[in-house]
Design a protein around this ligand. Structure first.
Ligand code: GLU
Length: 449
């Protein structure tokens, strides 16, 4: 007797929840993919054979370790380090490291799980993984961050390798941290293995455009969405949440493509500048001073800072959540719809809650999930790996062209897959299904491992 797709998928989902108790973000990410899988299995029941789904949801390896370090005053701190090596059917595990006090196993697992499908969608040979620590770099000196990174890598290095697992940055991990991590890896292994980390500096194996890639990619993706309905971004008003790496370069590229970004935020509140955000100033505050976004309104007299409010109250055509998971909830979605939003594209990973997605869907707002819209970062990491493997370095223009081409390819695959499965315009199902099918075919080919 053949069990129907819905029952089969529901049973496996219940198993995943029970086995990963107390990990709500992971359950949320899994639930969304399970919904898409029902659509796939109705047509292709063979994907439920050989325990494929059960294997897909169980990480290949999970590493949890102690990270002791000494602060500038001589006090010892103990943090927890993680690396979830989720799936290597398509290539070495690939995904960032996040340093933030909210990091726990469930968060790393949700991020690693999403990364499998995102990386698959890029069309490049990279598997999925993620890692990080509950270390908070905020307010720490460079010397403290260095000692933490050295301790973190002292344990992690034995699990990495250019053909095994290749971390990069994420929240709290930028060029400075990648430098300290790479230095310690090199020292421990006595090998100049450029391809073991991405997001490196330009003088020691990094790629042009990697720093800009996630934000640029989001803007390219939004431009593709506009093109699909016969529009461009000229005259578009956009609101971006966050003011970190993804937000900054999304703002830059949206402006270059003819749009105006009128608001951005940090955890303390948001700024509005109707004339368009002065990005040089934001870069100076955030990248150089590591300061707060409120400082923008101290310098620009016509701008205003709203303490504690929701940036989504600012009316816009395009909204780009670029801060963190579950930052855009149901109320925020209603505010956006009221403000006339037409497109929401996720620069962060899973920033939109399921309730908010429902509100946007009902209001016919085009919604692009992070797996598709923010894949430019990891895609450019794969380009960095290509350059490292061939001991080459490409120009900014060429790398940027490759990124734009990859984003157009992701858009095309997502739209075509949604159509193929009878769900035209549904970027969520399109991205999940296109990402899944490629990984599933590879897993099937490699046998039960
Ligand atoms: N952390 C980024 C992401 O969420 C980039 C990962 C990478 O470059 O490996 O996709």
């Amino acid at each position: 007797m053949r069990v129907n797709a819905r029952d089969r998928v529901t049973a496996i989902y219940e198993q995943v929840r029970a086995r990963n108790a107390g990990e709500p973000e992971f359950h949320q990410a899994a639930a969304e993919v399970f919904e898409s899988l029902q659509v796939v299995l109705e047509r292709r029941p063979e994907y439920a054979e050989s325990g494929l789904l059960e294997r897909l949801f169980e990480p290949e390896r999970q590493i949890i370790f102690r990270v002791p370090w000494v602060d500038d005053d001589g006090h010892v701190h103990v943090n927890r380090g993680f690396r979830v090596q989720y799936n290597s059917a398509l290539g070495p595990y690939k995904g960032g490291l996040r340093f933030h006090p909210s990091v726990n196993l469930g968060i790393v697992k949700f991020l690693g799980f999403e990364q499998i499908f995102k990386n698959s969608l890029t069309g490049l040979p990279i598997g999925g993984g993620k890692g990080g620590s509950d270390f908070d770099p905020k307010g720490r000196t460079d010397a403290e961050v260095m000692r933490f990174c050295q301790s973190f890598m002292t344990e992690l290095h034995r699990h990495l390798g250019e053909y095994t697992d290749v971390p990069a940055g994420d929240i709290g991990v930028g060029g400075r941290e990648i430098g300290y991590l790479f230095g310690q890896y090199k020292r421990l292994t006595n090998v100049y293995e450029s391809g073991v980390l991405t997001g490196k500096g330009l003088t020691w194996g990094g790629s042009q455009v990697r720093r800009e890639a996630t934000g640029y990619g989001v803007a390219y993706f939004v431009a593709e969405m506009a093109k699909a309905v016969g529009r461009d971004l000229d005259g578009t008003t956009a609101v971006v949440s966050g003011s970190g790496n993804v937000a900054i370069y999304a703002i830059e590229k949206i402006a270059q493509l003819g749009g105006t970004v009128v608001a951005c935020s940090d955890s303390a509140g948001y700024i509005v500048d109707e004339k368009g955000i002065d990005l040089d100033l934001v870069k100076e505050i955030k990248e150089q001073r590591r300061g707060r976004i409120s400082e923008y309104a101290d310098v620009v007299s016509h701008a205003r800072f709203v303490s504690g409010g929701s940036v989504w109250e600012v009316p816009c055509d395009v909204a780009l959540p670029c801060a963190t998971q579950n930052e855009l909830d149901e109320d925020a979605a209603r505010a956006l719809v009221k403000g006339g939003v037409r497109v929401v594209a996720e620069g962060a990973n899973m920033p939109t809650t399921p309730e908010a997605i429902k509100v946007l869907r009902e209001a016919k707002v085009a919604f692009a999930p992070g797996k598709a819209a923010n894949a430019g970062g990891v895609a450019t990491s794969a380009l960095e790996m290509q350059q490292n493997a061939s001991r080459d370095s490409w120009s900014f223009e060429y790398t940027d062209e490759r990124l734009a081409g990859i984003m157009a390819g992701i858009h095309e695959r997502t739209v075509a897959t949604a159509e193929e499965y009878g769900l035209p315009g549904d970027y969520v199902h399109g991205a999940n299904i296109a990402g899944f099918v490629k990984v599933a075919d590879a897993m099937n080919a490699l046998g039960v491992i």
